[in-house]
Design a protein around this ligand. Structure first.
Ligand code: ATP
Ligand code: MG
Ligand code: MG
Length: 355
């Protein structure tokens, strides 16, 4: 049996572990706060479920292991300044941006980027945390301690948000899942749908962009690219060097899930273009208590992360990949009364994507 160590023991690490079982890959997620050391052998591989980590005995040990796949990519993508610089270097479309330097003013940012400007902390932000809007000239200021530690982006008046998950093997071969349509509310992903015929004309553009990035980084594994769709074009929002929430539907809807694909790449096993079954829908469970009634909804595939429930925290997700879109619609109808009232618009949005 081969063993793969994962830096991070959140839900992504747990789902990697789950995906390793049928292949007899022993996946060992490691808590980044741990001050223990672990029995890593020289021939074993290390990967990560997050792009950044604190200095602890555990992270020092894993990050200094020669089998850490893509180690050089993490610092580049974990810092929005170096990530956006890479996207610019490769001449890929992204929201216009500036580094917030020591002497940068809100007025200067409005002049360069327009009326609405979104400040994002260079590191550590997720689920929309670490963001600050400059809503109009003369109204909002740059927070004092954000100078040099943030980038500023032009507000994009996008039509919708999509993402693509791709994989690259150590032979340089890339494969991609179809584009996923995502609904974010207040910066948190709440629902995804894939594949959608009406997005198919953007697939080649998306694959070209993510493929170029993975090749430039000589990346091995699964990478996700979040985009804004503006008309017939894509602008890159951000990249994640790991399995991604918008790819969770692949657990139900593809012959090889994103978790298995990442493990195959890291372990040097064959990669193939995943066969996609029917349309899949994913509903993220955020800040809500578990309800076993979900399990009684025909076709629901629940992943419950076993975390303490807190407002705004991702605690699970439900996938559907049913034979027909009519069945998906009925399943969402049955789920609706079992979710908090704020899910009404999310389920409406999901249903509106079905035929
Ligand atoms: P994640 O949890 O996906 O890692 P994050 O906190 O890293 O999120 P982003 O993905 O950069 O942050 O932004 C979160 C959301 O904020 C986006 O999905 C989008 O809805 C909105 N957003 C981000 N950048 C812009 C922009 N330039 N213009 C308009 N909306 C934006
Ligand atoms: Mg992010
Ligand atoms: Mg994001």
């Amino acid at each position: 049996m081969s063993r793969i160590w994962v830096l991070g023991a959140g839900q992504l690490g747990q789902m990697l572990k789950h995906a390793g079982m049928p292949l007899d890959l022993e996946v060992c997620p490691v808590d980044i706060e741990s001050e223990e050391t672990f029995p890593l052998k020289p021939h074993e591989q290390v990967t990560a479920e997050r792009e950044q980590w604190p200095e602890t005995a555990a992270t020092r040990q894993l990050a200094s292991h020669p089998g850490f796949v893509n180690l050089q990519t993490f610092p580049i993508l974990a810092d929005r300044f170096t990530q956006k610089s890479l996207i610019d270097k490769l001449e890929l479309a992204t929201a216009p941006w500036r580094l917030v330097e020591a002497d940068t003013t809100a007025e200067g940012l409005h002049q360069a980027l327009g009326e609405r400007v979104l400040l994002k902390r260079r590191t550590g932000g997720y689920d929309g945390r670490g963001q600050h809007w400059l809503r109009e000239p003369g109204r909002d200021a740059i927070p004092d301690d954000w100078h040099t530690l943030a980038i500023a982006e032009q507000a994009i008046d996008f039509d919708e948000e999509v993402s693509i998950v791709g994989m690259r093997g150590d032979d340089g071969q890339c494969h991609f899942y179809p584009l996923t349509l995502n609904l974010h509310v207040n910066g948190i992903l709440l629902g995804s749908v894939s594949p959608l015929a009406r997005l198919a004309h953007l697939q080649a553009e998306a694959e070209g962009m993510l493929g170029k990035l993975m090749n430039d980084l000589d990346y091995v594994g699964v990478m996700a690219m979040e985009c804004f769709r503006v008309g017939d074009h894509l602008l890159i929002n951000e990249l994640a060097p790991r399995v991604h929430n918008s790819g969770h539907w692949t657990q139900a809807g593809a012959s090889v899930s994103q978790f298995e694909a990442h493990l195959r790449a890291v372990a040097g096993l064959p990669l193939v273009k995943p066969r996609v079954k029917n349309l899949s829908v994913m509903v993220n469970l955020v800040g809500t208590e578990r309800d076993n009634g979900w399990l009684a909804v025909d076709g629901a595939e629940l992943y419950w992360y076993g975390k303490e429930v807190r407002p705004g925290r991702k605690v699970g997700h439900i996938n559907f990949c049913l034979d027909s879109q009519a069945e998906t619609r009925s399943a969402l109808d049955r789920l609706e009364p079992l979710l908090p009232a704020n899910y009404g618009p999310v389920l409406d949005w999901l249903r509106s994507q079905l035929d």
